[in-house]
Every structure is written in C-alpha cells, then in structure tokens.
Design a protein around this ligand. Structure first.
Ligand code: URA
Length: 436
C-alpha cells in the first residue's frame, strides 16, 4: 500500500477500505507517512467526506493507535458524557456527582479551556488543592472507591488524534464532519466508554453555529456508535447565550455547588437533569428519562448529590469544605456591579463575546499552556427574554484591577441586544437524538 494512492482515491471521492485507513493512521503515528501527505489526505477528506463505514474505521484505527482504558470493573455499562464546548458550561461539575449518587460510576477525562470556550479541568482546579493530574492507578482507585473521578488524560490515549488535530489546525481542515466526529468518539471509546451522552452545543458560543450543523455532527457520532457497538444519545442544546449565570472558573464552581443544592440557576439545573437522565437511561439505571429525572431530583433534594460532590473533591485532594462554604474559592479583588444602560427586553447575550470578555479578564487562555486566574469572570443577571429597566442590575464583573473591570464591562455591554417588543427565551434543548 502507498499513502499517495490512498490520498488519490480519497481525492477522487472513492470509499477507502478499513485496511487502507488503518495503514494511513499507523503511518501517521509512526512517522512513516510524512506530515505533508497527512495534510493532503485531510484536505481530501474535508472536500469528499467519508461514509459511515469509513468514519467508524477511522475512529477505531485511532483508538488502536494508543492505550485503551479498561473500566469494566466499574460496572456492566460505563457511560461517559461529552460536551462540544461552550461558555459557562459547568455541566460536568453537576452531572458527574449527581449521576454517581444515582449509582452510575463516572470516570471521566476532561480538557482545558481554549479561546472563548471554558474547560472542566480549569474549573476544578479553582477548588483549593484539587488535583486533575492522576496516574491511571489513582484514577481507577478513586472511580471504584468514590464512584466519581474527573482528570486530565491519563496514559497515552489516541496519539493519532493529537498528531492529526495539530496538522488539521494549521491546514484549515478542522471543520470536517467525519474528522471531528472520529476525533471526539475515538477519545471517548479509548477512555473506556460503553455508552456516551453527547451534549452538542448550538449557537454563537459553540463550535456548531447552526442547528443543521449540530444535527449533522450528532448523527455522524451516533452512526459511529452504531457501527462499533456503543450506544450514543445526543442532546442538542442552546449556546447562543451562556449556560447559567456564571462564566469564569471559581465562579462556575460556586454556581455548580448551588445547582447541586437545587438552588442554582433554573436553566443550568434543567440542562443538567436532562443530560444526567439520558446517562442513567443509557447506563440501565432507569427505564426512561422521566423516571431518571425524578430519581435525580430526589438526590438533589435530600443532599446526596452534594455529599457525593464533597467526597469526590476530597478524594482528588481538594478542600471538601467548599461544598458548604463557597467563600473558600479564590476571590477577585475588584467586584463591580454594572447597571442596564436602557430599558427593554433582552433579545440576545452573545455567548462568544461573554466568553472573550472573560478571557480578557484572565479566566481563559488564547494559547495552550497559558496561566489563568481562577478568581475572575462575569456573573450575568437577567437573561434573554427578561424585561429590564434602565439602572437595574445587568451583570457583575470580577476582575484583577479597576482598569480590567472597566474594559470587560465595556465589551460585555456590547454583547447585549435589546428589543422594545417581548422576546421569547430560547429553548434550552432543541432536540434529543437517541441511537439504537
Ligand atoms: N473537538 C475534538 O475533540 N476534536 C475535533 O476535531 C474538534 C473538536
């Protein structure tokens, strides 16, 4: 087999065999196929697409490129969740302990934030002492003993994805549906998942800007699941405005704790219950989503969800007292409340702009590896659809200095669109697509 022939076949729109795809992935990892040929192939895939069988073959070839976590001892069905990323998305912080409290263990690998989109590891590290760098042994031990663990990638999982993504990033080939779908699914499968709930975000603060794009990605990932024997459910959820009120790492932890008490913002609680319920159904802990939801609501109401959060934080070296006292989280020196400049209905709060304002404050990073400040960010007041009077509280900025607070406030005010006429709040969930 020759790489050039495989590239030519894809260029001409032909379907590659599983053997050809395997050969290509092995060659890209070993270095036998040089970067320029991988880049040419990725561009051919971007233009020509891939069939469901090709996408599944690519996913499994990528899984085989590295280690695979064995989570079989955790239970008969290991369920993971994955969010395609957004602004104010602290869903994992709520859902992981909640689902675990319902008897379904969660052993999850998460990532860091980049650009306007936040990352779960950064949020968890806002908790004093919380350790996200666990060995495989420690990861598995916490999963077994506490029933919930979330860490950075352990072991050498899917090296093919790291290499391919770096090349896609500099060759304008990231937005290829089969490449995105196989990249996400290979990491979930190598992480040991038997079943996966995908939280596919749609809107201005998301990777997928339109419902059609999000639906296509969801279907591509469900199709991979069908081909490789993993049950997949996709929740298509709104990311035109941030989820919940808080954007910024420590602020989001505080909001997640409130949600686990049942006191958090309604949209966050509702969204987390939707995702968690789908996980319980896939994990065979409930017959249907409505039953699962009732189970989960009871765990929040009687404090068992928060207690599981406390044990989880303690197991990963964090200060468990944050569960009762969010004052232990890092606090910014400048906290400035900003008023509405006019009266009207809030028609839009551009999630990307809010994300970028929080990056400006130091809550996120423009480039991989940059340090972040866990104390800073924004807490929104009223959201889309609500009527506001001029002078009412609109949002609060948590900043390192007065100057940074002023700059962020200026940027945030531009993120709001106003209407004289009543505006309907956007739906939280557009659709739930369940694979077979
Ligand atoms: N997220 C991933 O993990 N991979 C992609 O290709 C795009 C988004």
């Amino acid at each position: 087999m020759r790489a050039v022939d495989i590239i030519a076949r894809k260029r001409d729109g032909e379907e590659l065999s599983a053997e050809e795809i395997d050969f290509f992935v092995q060659g890209l990892v070993s270095g036998a196929i040089p970067d320029y040929q991988v880049a040419a192939w990725a561009m051919a895939v971007l233009w020509r697409g891939m069939t469901a069988a090709e996408t599944a073959a690519l996913t499994m070839a990528m899984v085989r490129s590295g280690e695979v976590m064995d989570l079989a001892r955790l239970g008969p069905v290991v369920v993971d969740k994955h969010s395609t990323g957004g602004v104010g998305d602290k869903t994992t912080l709520v859902v992981a302990p909640l689902v675990s409290a319902a008897g379904l263990p969660v052993a999850k690998m998460s990532g860091r934030g980049l650009g306007f989109s936040g990352g779960t590891l950064d949020k968890l590290e806002a908790i004093p002492g919380f350790n996200v760098s666990l060995s495989t042994g420690a990861f598995l031990a916490i999963a077994r003993e506490v029933g919930v663990v979330v860490a950075g990638q352990t072991g050498d999982l899917v090296p093919a994805d790291g290499k391919l993504y770096a090349l896609r990033d500099v060759t304008a080939t990231v937005p290829s549906l089969p490449l995105i779908a196989s990249s996400i699914m290979s990491k979930k499968i190598a992480g040991g998942a038997d079943a996966i709930v995908l939280d596919v975000k749609v809107g201005k603060g998301a990777f997928m800007r339109t419902l059609d794009e999000a639906r296509a990605l969801a279907k591509a990932m469900i199709a991979i699941g069908q081909q490789v024997g993993r049950r997949v459910t996709a929740v298509l959820s709104d990311m035109n405005q941030p989820l919940g009120q808080a954007v910024g790492n420590g602020l989001e932890v505080a909001e997640a704790i409130a949600a686990l008490r049942g006191e958090g913002p309604e949209d966050l609680i509702a969204h987390c219950l939707t995702v968690a319920a789908e996980m319980l159904v896939l994990g065979e802990r409930a017959d249907d989503a409505a039953t699962a939801r009732r189970q989960l609501e009871a765990l929040v109401a009687d404090g068992r969800a928060l207690e599981r959060f406390r044990r989880w934080v303690q197991a990963q070296g964090g200060d468990p007292r944050v569960a009762e006292d969010v004052g232990l989280l890092p606090a910014a020196p400048v906290v400035r409340a900003v008023e509405a400049p006019r009266s009207g209905y809030i028609a839009e709060i551009d999630a990307e702009e809010v994300g970028l304002a929080s990056v400006m404050l130091g809550a996120g990073r423009e480039r991989k590896g940059e340090p972040i400040d866990p104390s800073v960010g924004v807490v929104l007041g009223p959201k889309v659809g609500q009527r506001v009077q001029a002078g009412d509280h609109l949002f609060t900025v948590h900043a390192r200095s007065d100057r940074e607070a002023s700059e962020a406030a200026k940027r945030l005010l531009v993120a709001y669109t106003w209407s004289e006429e009543p505006v309907a709040a956007p739906p939280l969930v557009y659709d739930i697509i369940r694979g077979e």
